[in-house]
Design a binder for this molecule. Structure first.
Ligand SMILES: Cc1cc2nc3c(=O)[nH]c(=O)nc-3n(C[C@H](O)[C@H](O)[C@H](O)COP(=O)(O)OP(=O)(O)OC[C@H]3O[C@@H](n4cnc5c(N)ncnc54)[C@H](O)[C@@H]3O)c2cc1C
Length: 223
């Protein structure tokens, strides 16, 4: 059976109108790799059976665990409840697991909350001073939906492209992630692609990569 841990919430912060950042204590000896997730539940009678996967957004050497969670209020599920948690409330987490890990420089393509594994990876690479050469295409509906925009801009500088499907103008590109946009963001040395986002976007982007003749082995994907 997978081991589980009860952790206390240290702080919460709304990052956008529907995205909350939650930091918790870290169990002694607990470790994860950037890109990994865990099953998480709210630890009270009503909700402790309801586990949902969420990605660690901190780095392994942080003294706390961090999660960035998009709230789907209309589903009346776990994320709706997570909107109401406070410091001192308890969460139940399992062991870390997951498919996304950093395998070398490349183009990261994220949609909405699909940015979470890449936040951990970028923060870790920045700490190690080896982030240079990676690029991010970050797709959202509107500028109000962009998670940690200022931090991503600071970390990646000119190597981040924001694209918005429901907003025109400003410093953002408009529309969806197309083969043309991907081509603009590939440099010669780039050999990896990392994709994470909602299924319809991933299907479209993967289709564009395959049509461009990119080997699927060069693509790290988690839906
Ligand atoms: C590996 C992995 C890592 C993840 N990491 C993160 C992360 O870091 N941050 C993050 O925000 N998310 C992440 N997710 C997604 C996250 O797990 C889901 O958003 C979460 O499970 C939703 O839980 P919920 O209980 O609020 O809603 P759900 O369990 O999805 O839904 C509750 C109920 O709402 C109804 N419902 C379901 N889907 C819909 C829909 N599309 N429209 C209307 N009603 C619906 C159904 O009746 C369902 O039973 C990750 C997912 C995976 C697989």
């Amino acid at each position: 059976m997978m081991k589980s841990y009860v952790v206390s919430i240290l702080e919460t912060k709304m990052l956008t109108h529907d995205v909350i950042q939650i930091r918790t204590e870290k169990p002694v000896g607990y470790s994860f790799e950037p890109g990994q997730a865990t099953d998480l539940a709210i630890y009270n009678k009503a909700w402790q059976q309801e586990k949902r996967p969420f990605t660690f957004t901190g780095t392994p050497d942080d003294a706390y665990l961090e999660f960035i969670i998009k709230i789907y209020a209309a589903r009346h599920g776990v994320t709706d409840q997570l909107r109401r948690v406070h410091p001192g409330d308890l969460l139940l987490i399992g062991e870390p697991w997951g498919a996304i890990q950093y395998n070398g420089k490349g183009l990261f393509i994220a949609g909405g909350a699909g940015i979470t594994p890449f936040i951990s990876i970028f923060r870790q690479l920045a700490k190690q001073d080896v982030l240079a050469g990676n690029r991010l295409v970050f797709a959202n509906k509107t500028s109000e939906d962009i998670i940690l925009e200022a931090e991503l801009d600071r970390l990646l500088g000119r190597n981040v492209v924001h694209i918005l499907s429901n907003e025109m103008g400003g410093r953002y590109k408009a529309g969806f992630v197309t083969a043309a946009l991907i081509r603009e963001n590939i440099s010669d040395k780039q050999d990896r692609f990392y994709l994470c986002g909602p299924p319809p976007m991933m299907t479209g982007v993967l289709g564009a990569l395959v049509a461009m003749g990119i080997d699927e082995k060069a693509v790290t994907i988690e839906i």
